[in-house]
Ligand binder design. Structure first.
Ligand code: CTP
Ligand SMILES: C[C@](O)(CO)[C@H](O)COP(=O)(O)O
Length: 226
């Protein structure tokens, strides 16, 4: 039977966030940020297994309690996000037809509704797809001197979010060259194989905690959900 596996890369250092403790372990409402990320995935009955990829040298993970049902911990994080995902897939050895939903640890405000929409909309799609948001602002190109060099038409532009949902076999092949700098998400790896992943409308609150100011916004969104 085809399974759905959530794979959560959580082996980053959070260099843009800049805290001594990696951002995935910072406290939000009494729990590490990562616990909020995992909770939505664990709670979805269509997901059979949730695997989190942490760094082999991780000093923080074991100091917290984690949701046990469905959770697998893989200490195989790599030098880049793509390498962490590729290493996680290699450790898990899913069947080629299994679905893998790769979701950033740092996107802790994914709603159950958006997750369910992705799974329903992708359904049995031949390629798979991702949550994404249509660009809502005017887009500027900047030059080296910090001045606007062009206004870029935003028609057809989307901001990629996660989860990104693909068949395990297709994804593992696509990530074989995980060191390719053009691979910044799973969809870009699949695109490089000549496929066109589907775009499923995400939500603004499913943003990636990247900068220090993002933590308070994430805390407010999660507190409002109760
Ligand atoms: N070698 C890496 C790098 C990133 N990630 C994970 O990929 C997700 C998205 O990456 P990003 O927000 O860029 O996280 P960091 O790499 O931690 O941040 P920064 O780029 O600012 O250093 C995060 O959940 C992060 O933990 C990972 O598993 N392995
Ligand atoms: C995969 C991703 O979340 C899509 O928006 C994003 O690209 C990962 O973060 P990074 O800053 O590119 O590492």
């Amino acid at each position: 039977m085809t399974r759905r596996i959530a794979l959560v890369p959580a082996a980053g250092h959070g260099s843009r966030f800049g805290s001594a403790t990696p951002k995935q372990y910072l406290d939000i409402g009494g729990q590490p940020l990562l616990a909020h990320t995992l909770a939505v995935l664990v709670a979805n009955s269509a997901i059979d297994q949730v695997a989190v990829v942490i760094s082999p040298g991780d000093e923080w993970f074991d100091s917290f309690d984690w949701p046990q049902p469905k959770l697998t911990v893989l200490r195989v994080g790599g030098a880049s996000r793509a390498a962490s995902v590729a290493n996680g897939l290699a450790a898990l050895q899913p069947a080629a037809d299994d679905w893998v939903l790769v979701h950033d640890a740092a996107r802790c405000c994914l709603s159950p509704q958006a997750l369910a929409r992705l799974i329903a909309d992708i359904g049995d799609d031949a390629v798979g797809g991702i949550l994404a948001q249509p660009v809502a602002d005017t887009v500027k190109q900047g030059d080296a001197g910090g001045r606007i060099s062009a206004t870029v038409p935003r028609d057809g532009l989307w901001l990629a979010q996660t989860p990104q949902m693909f068949r395990a076999g297709l994804l593992a092949n696509a990530l074989a060259d995980a060191a390719n700098p053009a691979i910044t998400d799973e969809a870009s790896a699949i695109e490089l194989q000549g496929h066109a992943p589907r775009l499923v409308v995400g939500e603004a609150q499913n943003f990636k905690v990247t900068w220090p100011g993002d933590l308070a916004l994430a805390a407010a969104i999660l507190a409002a959900r109760g």
